[in-house]
Write a protein that binds this ligand. Sequence first.
Ligand code: E4P
Length: 218
Amino acid sequence: MKFFIDTANLEQIEEAHDLGVLDGVTTNPSLMAKEGISGEQKILDHYVKICEIVKAPVSAEVISTDFESIVKEGERLAALNEHIVVKVPMIKEGVKALKYFSDQGIKTNCTLVFSPGQALLAAKAGATYVSPFIGRLDDISSDGMDLIHKIRLIYDNYGFQTEILAASVRHTMHIMDCAMAGADVMTGPLSSITGLLKHPLTDSGLEKFLADYKKSND
Ligand code: E4P
């Protein structure tokens, strides 16, 4: 299972990268705004900085919503760095653009996916990744994990190569549930990744080992 971090914060990306388990980064316009990154050139430069840190897939989202503009914007993003994955919304024009990018060999991430039917369309259009938003479904009392299970079943039935990128992961248990459901990738905040480290028995066990070592070596 691949671990992506869902942020545009360079310090957090570096911290996750230094841990040695980071396989990529996802961003979106809200995450860029949160970091105060605005203006076309600054946004493009920021994507390049992220790519240079991780040297792994970095999803950069288009803000266009018609086919011609999505293609133009996506091609510009893809030309920035070999690691850029063009993030395209699950709308009619987006599906057409996914197919176009797929034919051109440009990697894509189909975002804002909330149903198995949308995920099926994304795979048929040749998306590299599909991003079902599990946290946002949970937020409205829908079952986010159920969507991951259904997409896994559909993709396995037909051997679709599109990778299931479980998005809108909010906490450590989402990661574990995604791993058990067979998601190919998960993207979440740094806290959801570092949360995997924690167990009180690890802490108390280590404390005892170190104390015993000190006692017999002092
Ligand atoms: C996906 O790529 C999105 O950036 C992200 O996972 C959305 O997460 P949120 O629902 O926590 O905003």
